[in-house]
Design a protein around this ligand. Structure first.
Ligand code: NAD
Length: 361
């Protein structure tokens, strides 16, 4: 008898949400294979097996989705009841970033190619293995985004909350959003035509410890925590635009819980996975400052902004899964600030030796 409850494959297992999902699945008794271009940056992977590789390579995807594809010594422990294909796949791999990365326009072709190629590879490979083995048990979760909602529905700061039906007529404000919309439809088409069980969640700004916090791809909650941590008490914190643009943010543990419930349910989605606590970016900065116990002066500068107002409407997920967010933004920011301020402090203790040119004793 196998000691594992189920098997799961996590694409993007070296990233923020993927590495949190790996931890959760292991805690639930799953055997997990993670795949990513890179290992998790902030803690060791908890996956039973971790494959480092590029998922735009079809051959790699084909090998990964076959359960025995890579198994070495582990196989003997899991083989009796888990054969051939995985019970569940979580597809998180994509080029991700905050407004500075997604809305600059400079990364559009890479963002679209990378993500679409991974999704196409996964679905095609899964269909082929299902046909070859005459099975169809693997449930696949796809992480879509609130960025797929049309720009025209997000022009006002007082956004009443985006309902799933607001997606059409389509009109996302970024190529990242258009690709997410295309891929949602791709997963649904494989479900319709080949019966592959899929589940689709539309994430609304997920944040928390072990997320990207510096380097240009960080999203606003992490960026704000970092800026506040770096500022002296009474110092300036830069905010893009007038700071009156609105968003809602969901703490990562809540995102994982909602996703697991979606996977356990019969409901395909697409469904919003977000918080309805909408704040302005100025308010987000105030919350980070309050948590840090600092006074800050907001300095408004120009920068990429994205839509004017965005919020989640959770009616559908409440109805279908009985799930709702429970954590306040301040509670989530407190946990995130504690982690990021430590990172900032660590970084401030690192000095680079810059040799003086042409100097010799
Ligand atoms: P992340 O950048 O931390 O993780 C994505 C991972 O995918 C990275 O580790 C990256 O190395 C990997 N990856 C990218 N291209 C790859 C390739 N070709 N081969 C192998 N691995 C590759 O991002 P995240 O915040 O964890 O987001 C996970 C998913 O959720 C993404 O699809 C993202 O679009 C979606 N999403 C996230 C948010 C959010 O707020 N974090 C919101 C909406 C949607």
């Amino acid at each position: 008898m196998s000691q594992y409850k189920k098997t799961a494959l996590v694409f993007g297992a070296g990233g923020f949400i993927g590495s949190h999902m790996v931890k959760r699945l292991r805690a639930e008794g799953y055997w997990v294979r993670g795949v990513d271009l890179k290992k998790p940056e902030y803690s060791k992977t908890q996956a039973n097996e971790f494959i480092q590789g590029d998922l735009t390579d079809y051959k790699l995807v084909e090998k990964c989705i076959e359960f025995k594809g890579f198994l070495g010594n582990f196989y003997q422990y899991v083989s009796d009841q888990h054969v051939d294909t995985f019970d569940e796949i979580y597809q998180y791999a994509a080029d991700m970033g905050g407004a500075g990365f997604v809305f600059s326009g400079e990364n559009d072709s890479e963002i679209m190619t990378n993500s679409a190629a991974i999704n196409l590879n996964l679905l095609l490979a899964q269909k082929k293995i299902n046909d070859r083995k005459s099975v169809n048990k693997t449930k696949i979760f796809y992480s879509s985004s609130a960025c797929m909602y049309p720009e025209y529905a997000q022009m006002e700061v007082n956004n009443p909350g985006l309902k799933e039906t607001d997606a059409y007529p389509a009109g996302p404000d970024s190529e990242y959003g258009w690709e997410k919309l295309f891929s949602e439809r791709l997963f649904l088409a494989y479900n319709r035509n080949h019966g592959i069980p899929v589940r689709i969640g539309r994430f609304h700004n997920i944040f928390g410890p072990e997320g990207t916090w510096t380097g240009g791809r960080e999203k606003s909650p992490a960026a704000m925590c970092r800026k506040v941590a770096e500022a002296v008490d009474g110092g300036e914190v830069e905010i893009w635009g007038d700071g009156e643009q609105t968003r809602s943010f969901l703490f990562v543990d809540e995102c994982i819980e909602a996703t697991r419930r979606l996977m356990e349910s019969d409901f395909l989605g697409p469904v919003n996975i977000g918080s309805e606590e909408m704040v302005t970016i100025n308010q987000l900065a105030d919350i980070a400052a309050k948590v840090a116990g600092k006074t800050i002066v907001k300095k408004h500068i120009s920068g990429p902004l994205g839509v004017r107002g965005r919020n989640s409407n959770n009616d559908l997920i409440r109805e279908k899964l009985g799930w709702d967010y429970t954590m306040t933004l301040e509670e989530g920011i407190a946990k995130t600030y504690a982690w990021i301020s430590k990172k900032v402090e660590e970084q401030e203790r690192i000095y680079n030796w810059d040799p003086i040119p042409n100097f010799s004793f």
